[in-house]
Design a protein around this ligand. Structure first.
Ligand SMILES: C[S@@+](CC[C@H](N)C(=O)[O-])C[C@H]1O[C@@H](n2cnc3c(N)ncnc32)[C@H](O)[C@@H]1O
Length: 256
């Protein structure tokens, strides 16, 4: 049985599992392995920039306690509604705040699992955010970090005919095309791993997320979602596919 199959099954007797999509299936497969490893424990989860709770609510449904720290009051209001609708309001805490100010918002060394998805590419400086999330982890705790990939963005801009933007993205140290870019930076696997290691984390796994999903015609992606999920799963850890993915998922751990 694969890790992805396991997430579709019951975890701690309560987890019904989120819909598996090409955007999330690989991440859930990695998280499922950690949830299975701690199957009898009620985990303390921190979701930094967790937004409207796409991961927080299913984790609460799995029986864990989740704190979402997010800068946006609107996102947190939507999270609170979603948690109430799912019947897990008591296990989801919404905290408005900045990722790099976690020390003042959550107990240091208290989290079993920290999520930080699609945040490091938009914050002013990723280093203090990663330092703060590492400090929030208890020794032995795990971090799930999802960042925008640079290579996919270069290819996408070039294929759309924007060769100048592709060249700028490929050359810029931060993987951003400048002030008009929607993201402040993009990452290569080595650069993202180095960022986590510098905060004292041990990087255990790196996967590509959306290797193919953004490249296919909608008719193919929408017409064969199960096949696409399977293909994304099979390519996610393999070079060179991993490095061409729209996003890179890093699973790291604070040494015990
Ligand atoms: C692209 S969304 C990702 C949401 C969620 N993590 C996901 O993967 O679906 C980025 C989120 O980060 C939040 N955010 C941006 N800068 C932040 C910061 N400095 N501290 C905390 N949250 C931040 C935004 O409000 C938004 O909810």
């Amino acid at each position: 049985m694969t890790r992805l199959d396991r997430v579709e099954q019951t975890t701690r007797g309560r987890f019904t599992g989120p819909p598996l999509t090409p955007r999330t299936a690989v991440i859930w497969s990695v998280l499922a392995a950690e949830l299975d490893r701690r199957a009898d424990a009620e985990l303390t989860v921190l979701d930094v920039g967790g937004g409207t709770g796409g991961f927080a609510v299913p984790l609460a449904q799995a029986g864990h306690r989740v704190t979402v720290v997010d800068a946006s009051p609107d996102a947190l209001a939507a999270l609170t509604r979603r948690a109430a609708e799912a019947g897990v309001a008591a296990r989801v805490r919404a905290v408005q705040g900045d990722g790099d100010a976690l020390a003042g918002l959550v107990e240091p060394a208290s989290a079993d699992l920290v999520l930080c998805h699609s945040v490091l590419e938009v914050v002013d400086d990723p280093t203090p955010v990663v330092t703060a999330l590492a400090a929030a982890l208890r020794p032995g705790g795990a971090a799930s970090v999802l960042v925008a990939g640079r290579a996919a963005a270069v290819l996408a801009r070039a294929m759309n005919g924007h060769l100048d933007v592709a060249a700028a993205l490929a050359a810029a140290p931060d993987g951003s095309a400048g002030p008009r870019d929607t993201l402040r930076r993009r990452f290569d696997a080595d650069g993202a791993a180095a960022l986590l290691r510098a905060a004292g984390l041990t990087v255990e796994e790196i996967h590509g997320v959306r290797v193919l999903a953004d490249l296919l015609p909608a008719a193919v992606a929408d017409g064969q979602p199960g096949s696409l999920v399977e293909l994304e799963r099979s390519l996610a850890a393999r070079s060179p596919y991993r490095d061409l993915a729209a996003q890179l998922h890093l699973f790291a751990r604070r040494p015990a």
